[in-house]
Design a protein around this ligand. Structure first.
Ligand code: FAD
Ligand code: SIN
Length: 501
């Protein structure tokens, strides 16, 4: 298959780039591949919303910039922060033009929520299901475009790179198990996060770090991989997946209490429950340790019933299903893996270090987040960088190279379940225990040895066999965990969400 633009991923990042390109170039072909059904993505689970400066009286760009820089703990790229924050209102308008709806006050202005690290209310949202609403709207917009070909349940295995120029990717059709190559003039990785390397995560099952691992194999640069963000308040449950209790619930006035009913956050930070995530997560685990408890609690019992149900219908319903009436009972919560701040290094046009290869969204490292992402800045980064990539590509001639016929070697037998011993549970347990909120150099070094072993084993198997999607996901998780652990070992100072005791 040949295409002008190949987009890997159908979350907010991939879809936004696709729709913009499809509108601009009606005679050019855009292929989106997505390894699950179109909507399955981290985007679909986003709750809180998008941070945008709307109220120019109580808020301004400088404050949003300052909050982002403070949260990033000295490692943000200030120019990137400024450009993202200033482009936010236009990108919000574009989402609205694509049909996404956001909650408004009776007078028509946006209902702005507050989240940790923000000095004021600036989070535009759709109840507590902002991501689902955005995904619905942008996916529909993409499906309506005649020049977008959507390949769902297609797994991108590897990038095709020659002389540091990306020529497309090899793709595995998960239904008929056939592997083929898509030659592309430009390839955009929009594959999202890495949460599934952990035992517990708020992330979608698709978040296995595939794009970052593919980029690493293609020798693209990655950076800041040690900065894994843990959300302070995931519903405490021994079963997967882990449901998020949005930070906006604390922004709405809920308190964090320990098992003795003590409201502890002011002992750690003057902003209390609304300190940035890194601080709240570390405070919670300290408090859990001090009180010998498996979790802490969110107390929403004093909040206005009607208003809470209106703002947080999904959270209210989920808690009820778990036997928690939030107006009578405290919600049990624990910090849980949520986001990767690092990723594939891109410039201000979203270009990676491999020519004609771009990265957008959670898999990319733009410099916006530094050592710790400010709440609700991720959806924002994805839409703004989708625009930056589009601005660049709109002016760029199509490369000749994409007509090169890259062949895929199909002479190897398929890897079978018996040959490949996928140790996902072991990998998850090891990463959960050794690459958490507080890390330890010795444990990291031991972890690295096992990861190196798995990485070599997978490498060798790939020389002899054709991979399955399950095998590639395991391999990708190993590669990504390897990078995170290596970067964690190297880091000598604690910053943002990275903490080594
Ligand atoms: P995703 O939305 O994760 O999409 C990735 C896509 O890539 C998927 O379509 C997937 O199938 C595809 N893919 C992956 N690997 C392959 C492969 N090998 N082959 C083919 N396709 C592949 N951020 C905010 O700003 N505000 C919030 O309120 C917020 N709330 C959140 C709540 C939760 C529970 C979670 C998990 C995250 C939240 N975030 C929030 C973070 C934010 O949602 C994500 O960072 C963002 O949506 C990522 O978008 P994306 O397009 O980069 O990736
Ligand atoms: C949340 O709603 O708490 C998640 C917000 C985010 O990850 O930015």
């Amino acid at each position: 298959m040949q295409t002008h633009y190949l987009i890997i991923g159908s979350g907010i990042a991939g879809l936004s780039v696709a729709v913009k390109l499809a509108e601009q170039f009606v005679d050019r072909k855009i292929v989106i591949v997505s390894k699950d059904k179109g909507e399955e993505s981290n985007t679909n689970y986003a709750q809180g919303g998008i941070a945008v400066v709307i109220d120019r009286v109580k808020d301004n760009f400088e404050q949003h910039i300052k909050d982002t820089l403070t949260c990033g703990d000295g490692l943000c790229d200030k120019k990137v922060v400024e450009s993202v924050v200033k482009n936010a209102p236009n990108q919000l308008q574009e989402l609205i033009s694509w049909g996404a709806q956001f909650d408004r006050e009776e007078n028509g202005t946006f209902d702005l929520a507050k989240e940790g690290g923000h000095s004021t209310n600036r989070v535009v949202h759709h109840k507590d299901e902002t991501g689902k609403e955005i995904e619905r709207a942008v996916l529909l917009e993409a499906r309506l475009k005649k020049n977008i070909i959507f390949l769902e349940h297609h797994f991108a295995v590897d990038l095709m790179v020659k002389n540091n120029i990306c020529l497309g990717a090899s793709i595995l059709n998960k239904k008929n198990k056939q592997q083929f190559v898509i030659n592309a003039g430009f390839t955009i990785l929009a594959t999202g996060g890495v949460g599934q390397i952990y035992q517990t995560t708020t992330n979608s099952t698709v978040a296995t770090g595939d794009g970052i691992a593919m980029a690493i194999r293609a020798k693209a640069k990655v950076c800041d991989m040690e900065f894994i963000q843990f959300h302070p308040t995931a519903f405490f449950s021994k079963s997967k997946p882990t449901f998020l209790i949005s930070e906006a619930v604390r922004g709405f006035g809920a308190f964090l209490k320990n098992k003795n009913g003590y409201r502890f956050m002011f002992d750690y930070d003057s902003r209390g429950e609304l300190a940035s995530r890194d601080i709240v997560s570390r405070s919670i685990i300290t408090e859990m340790y001090k009180t010998n408890a498996e979790c802490v609690f969110l107390d929403a019992t004093h909040l206005d019933k009607h208003s809470f149900q209106k703002h947080f219908p999904a959270i209210y319903k989920y808690c009820l299903q778990q036997g928690i009436d939030v107006f009578r009972n405290y919600i049990p919560v624990v910090p849980t893996q949520h986001y990767i701040c690092g990723g594939i290094t891109v410039d201000t046009n979203g270009q990676t270090s491999v020519l004609n290869l771009f990265a957008c969204g959670e898999c990319a490292h733009t410099g916006l987040h530094g050592a710790n992402r400010l709440a609700s800045n991720s959806l924002l980064e994805a839409v703004v960088y989708a625009q930056f990539i589009f601005n660049y590509l709109k002016e760029k001639e199509l490369p000749d190279e994409h007509y090169t016929n890259v062949r895929f070697k199909v002479d190897r037998p398929k890897i079978s379940e018996t040959i490949m011993k996928i140790n996902t549970a072991d990998l998850n347990a090891m990463v959960q225990n050794n690459v958490g909120i507080v890390r330890n150099q010795k444990q990291l070094q031991n972890t690295l040895l096992q990861l190196k072993f798995w990485r070599n084993e997978c490498n060798e198997l790939l020389q002899r066999y054709q991979p399955t999607a399950d095998f590639m996901e395991f391999y990708n998780k190993v590669i990504v965990a390897h990078e995170i652990v290596t970067a964690s070992i190297k880091r000598t100072n604690n910053k943002g969400c990275f903490y080594k005791a």
